[in-house]
Design a protein around this ligand. Structure first.
Ligand code: DX5
Ligand code: ZN
Length: 218
């Protein structure tokens, strides 16, 4: 599977959000990664429906919405209406995860489950066949620009084994601390979606940085 790149708009310039959305449109990026934080599940608040709707108005690529929100099942149809194409909830935040996944599908979206760095991939055993994406957090969620946690490589290998054992297919998305130095190793380990915030938006030429992240063997 050719890997995908999803720039995280959390690191965009919100005074020039339209410009940054157009930059992602014209780049080789595949998806927009959209981080929603509620100040409860994570110690930070990002943005909500009005900002997502504004992104959706201009975006010509799918919106991959990552909810760092307690009880995310409360808002499924609102996120669909705001423009989410893929809706990812945290395993740690949804008590009835199977029902939540069913509701995401019923609302017409692809369903993802995110796991924190301390959460074992084995806890996905009874949900992996029902979802399209696992968002593996490679930093503790809440902030952009943090340092990548090395233990993630082992978790990617464990997750690949789990997916193969279930004879299912599912994106393995890595979120947090992805850089031009580690992305190749992540792909080799089995990742196939790279989220990148700081690496893209703090670079001198974001379009070129996205192109580099899209190049498998540089
Ligand atoms: C962290 C968010 C990430 C974040 C990644 O809580 O889920 O998507 O934007 O940012 P970088 O790539 O800067 O670590
Ligand atoms: Zn994210």
């Amino acid at each position: 599977m050719k890997h995908l790149v999803a720039p995280s708009v959390l690191s965009a310039d919100f005074n020039n959000l339209g410009r940054d959305v157009e930059m992602i449109n014209k780049s080789e990026a595949d998806w927009f990664h959209v981080d929603v934080m509620d100040g409860v599940f994570v110690p930070n608040i990002s943005f909500g429906f009005p900002v997502i709707k504004a992104i959706k108005k201009l975006a010509i690529k799918p919106l991959d919405v990552h909810l760092m929100v307690v009880q995310p099942e409360r808002y499924i149809t609102q996120f669909r209406d705001a423009g989410a194409d893929i809706l990812t909830v945290h395993l740690e935040a949804s008590t009835h995860l199977h029902r939540t996944v069913q509701e995401i599908h019923a609302a017409g979206m692809k369903a993802g489950v995110a796991i924190n760095p301390h959460t074992s991939v084995h806890l996905l055993d009874d949900i992996i066949s029902d979802i399209e994406l696992v968002c593996m957090m490679s930093v503790n969620p809440g902030f952009g620009g943090q340092r990548f946690i090395q233990h993630t490589y082992k978790k990617i290998a464990d997750l690949s084994t789990l997916i193969n054992r279930h004879e299912t297919s599912c994106y393995i998305e890595i979120d947090g601390g992805v850089t031009l130095e580690n992305y190749q190793k992540l792909l080799n380990a089995g990742a196939n979606v790279l989220v990148a915030g700081n690496t893209v938006f703090a670079s001198n030429d974001p379009v070129e940085t996205i192109a580099k992240l899209k190049t498998p063997f540089s």
